[in-house]
Write a protein that binds this ligand. Structure first.
Ligand code: FNR
Length: 361
């Protein structure tokens, strides 16, 4: 591609050119038929935006508050693993870009830079994503390290009792690069030359017995707010509130876990209705345009998180690439607000979008 990328999608092409096939497939791929992968993006396209005209939009304010932290826009960085496969500077580059864009980053448990390295690289507000391992002591220690290093929330991922079946990774015999946080804490050796080493590592470490009662355990070992990531139904949203979480992420893990789980944007409203404004609801999965951010907010999300686009920016251009991707989405979102007649995020209402469901009423 000779010309500079003009949208997030074009960054994917640059990333594909920059990365070895094994790594690109790991980042871009998803589970089994990848039905949900396509749907996450396609479902946004079935929602239209109903603009209001003749509103003075000479000043647009995209800022919002997430778990009490003021941020320049409702766009956050989702936790994604192993950034050094995308760029040698790894998560430190991503964190610096987040700080430069005044954007909150959620650091993955499965990062290639440590929480200490990321914390000392910039002053941005950061959340820490947690996997609960069979070795609970290892997960508990990570929560303490995150807290000690100034991370502001724990996002516990609850859609991964086992790893989804990612067929490209199986074919490529996907490797497990060193997970920096876990060095010296747990063996990262995988004794298998069949299929995805990542899957074998996940099977050895992830705790499939994790259940609702364990949220109380997690809350008991930290003063940080606990957010659950991976809610897709109103039933689970109600349970999450019962166990006292501080927030919910509507997520299907970027379609990498349960294939044929619904596109996140199609179940957002169900979750938002169940929660009734008592705790914030975030959404990730398939956000590729500023218009997608607008649609998610109109359907009740406090903010969105972006996963793959950040990695594509990082792979293509390092820290600058991540900045460009975030700024593209922010610029598009700002323009969408202006063209839809909304000057602040509070002005974006349910009446600004029509879903398929609305049209069939
Ligand atoms: C992820 N995701 C993820 N989630 C999590 O809780 N912990 C993790 O370590 C990872 N790792 C990870 C790696 C890669 C390569 C991807 C693509 C995704 C899921 C992530 O947080 C988020 O839910 C999705 O990426 C959102 O979908 P989009 O924006 O990628 O479509």
């Amino acid at each position: 591609m000779a010309a500079e990328p003009v949208n997030v999608k074009e960054f994917e092409e640059l990333a594909k050119q920059a990365l070895p096939k094994m790594y690109y497939d790991y980042f871009a791929g998803a589970a089994e038929d990848q039905y949900t992968l396509k749907e996450n993006v396609e479902a946004f396209k079935r929602i239209t935006i109903q603009p209001r005209i003749l509103v003075d939009v000479s000043k647009i304010d995209m800022s919002t508050t997430i778990l009490g932290y003021r941020t320049s826009s409702p766009i956050m960085i989702a936790p994604t693993g192993m950034h050094k496969l995308a760029h040698p500077e790894g998560e430190v580059a991503t964190a610096k870009a987040a700080a430069a864009c005044d954007t909150i980053m959620a650091l993955s448990f499965s990062s290639n830079c440590t929480v200490e390295e990321v914390a000392s690289s910039c002053n941005a507000v950061r959340f820490f994503q947690l996997y609960v391992y069979k070795r609970r002591d290892v997960s508990a220690l990570m929560v303490q390290r995150a807290e000690r290093n100034g991370f502001k929330a724990i996002i516990v991922t609850v859609d991964t009792p086992r790893l989804g079946r990612r067929e490209a990774d199986i074919k490529n015999k996907m490797i497990t690069p060193e997970l920096a946080n876990l060095k010296g804490l747990i063996s990262q050796e995988v004794d298998s030359d069949k299929g995805s080493k990542l899957e074998a590592y996940a099977a050895a470490t992830l705790d499939p017995s994790l259940s609702w009662k364990d949220i109380a355990w997690l809350k008991s070992i930290t003063n940080l707010p606990v957010v659950v990531k991976g809610v897709l139904t109103s039933e689970d949203a109600l349970k999450a509130m019962e166990v006292g979480v501080a927030g919910i992420v509507v997520s299907n893990h970027g379609a990498r876990q349960l294939d044929y789980s619904p596109a996140t944007i199609t179940v957002l409203e169900e979750v938002v209705d169940a929660v009734q404004g008592k705790i914030p609801v975030l959404l990730d999965g398939g956000v590729r345009r500023g218009t997608d951010v607008f649609k998610a907010l109109a359907l009740g999300a406090q903010a969105v998180m972006i996963g793959r686009p950040v990695i594509y920016g990082l792979a293509a251009r390092g820290e600058n690439g991540v900045k460009t991707v975030i700024n593209m989405l922010k610029d598009e979102f700002e323009l969408t607000m202006a063209l839809a007649g909304c000057c602040t995020v509070k002005d974006i209402t349910r009446r600004h979008v029509k879903t398929e469901h609305d049209r069939h009423r």
